[in-house]
Design a protein around this ligand. Structure first.
Ligand code: IYR
Length: 222
């Protein structure tokens, strides 16, 4: 049995140092414009845009190239309503007893609460599932570094959404098992993130938060 991939030539253009510095800076400044938002317009987004965003997410590296992810895209209003109801039920319990005082204190500046209107307003909800394992010919097959892989794909997904001129929220209703049932997912899939996507609503405000400085995040060993 053939066990290796065929290998193909791969080249990648590189840039003179000055251009590289410029490109890296511009990319950082463009990424820095991405903000998590909770206010979406209900304007629909073209399906082709979502498909391209998912394809971009799926270029992420993954353990043994298993690509252990499934992206469920919910645009159906009835289903969005059911997801909102189920998420709010869990969130209500979380905000009213399940979350620690410290956690609630940490969230207070963001002004979040158990109400999640964006789950109905945003034109699309992308629910990222991690595939704990696969079934191949009726046999269980392992996936590797599943959380790392799916985290990387989710990062690529957020960058692709930003690139399309759309906005997103990385939402983590907790617990989120209700999504397995509502979306009728197979037993090898676990919900990872729920990402509402859409156009930014008019007159949106975001907290004026500051990102860590380079000095706070880097340690160079030269
Ligand atoms: N999942 C809850 C609580 C929440 C938790 C964190 I950490 C946040 O950064 C924001 C919210 C919610 O969605 O409200």
């Amino acid at each position: 049995m053939e066990k290796t991939y065929p290998y193909i030539e791969y080249t990648r253009e590189s840039y003179p140092e000055a251009e590289m510095i410029n490109r890296s800076k511009e990319f950082y400044q463009w990424m820095d414009k991405r903000r998590t938002v909770r206010d979406f317009s209900d304007k629909p987004i073209p399906k082709e845009v979502i498909e391209n965003i998912l394809l971009a997410a799926s270029t992420a590296p993954s353990g043994a190239h298993k690509q252990p992810w499934t992206f469920c895209v919910v645009t159906n209003p009835d289903l969005k309503k059911q997801i909102r109801a189920a998420a709010e039920k869990e969130e209500y319990d979380s905000y009213n007893g399940r979350m620690t005082e410290e956690w609630l204190d940490d969230l207070a500046p963001l002004g979040t609460n158990w109400e999640k209107p964006f789950l109905e307003v945003a034109p699309a909800l992308i629910i990222v599932f991690k595939r704990a394992y696969e079934f191949v010919d009726g046999k269980k097959k392992n996936n590797y570094y599943v959380t790392e892989s799916v985290g990387l794909a989710a990062g690529f997904l957020l960058a692709a959404i930003h690139n399309a001129g759309l906005v997103a929220l990385t939402h983590t209703p907790s617990p989120m098992n209700f999504l397995c049932k509502l979306l009728a997912r197979p037993e090898n899939e676990r919900p990872f993130l729920l990402i509402p996507v859409g156009y930014l609503a008019n007159n949106t405000q975001v907290p004026d938060l500051k990102r860590k400085t380079l000095e706070q995040i880097d340690v160079f060993y030269e």
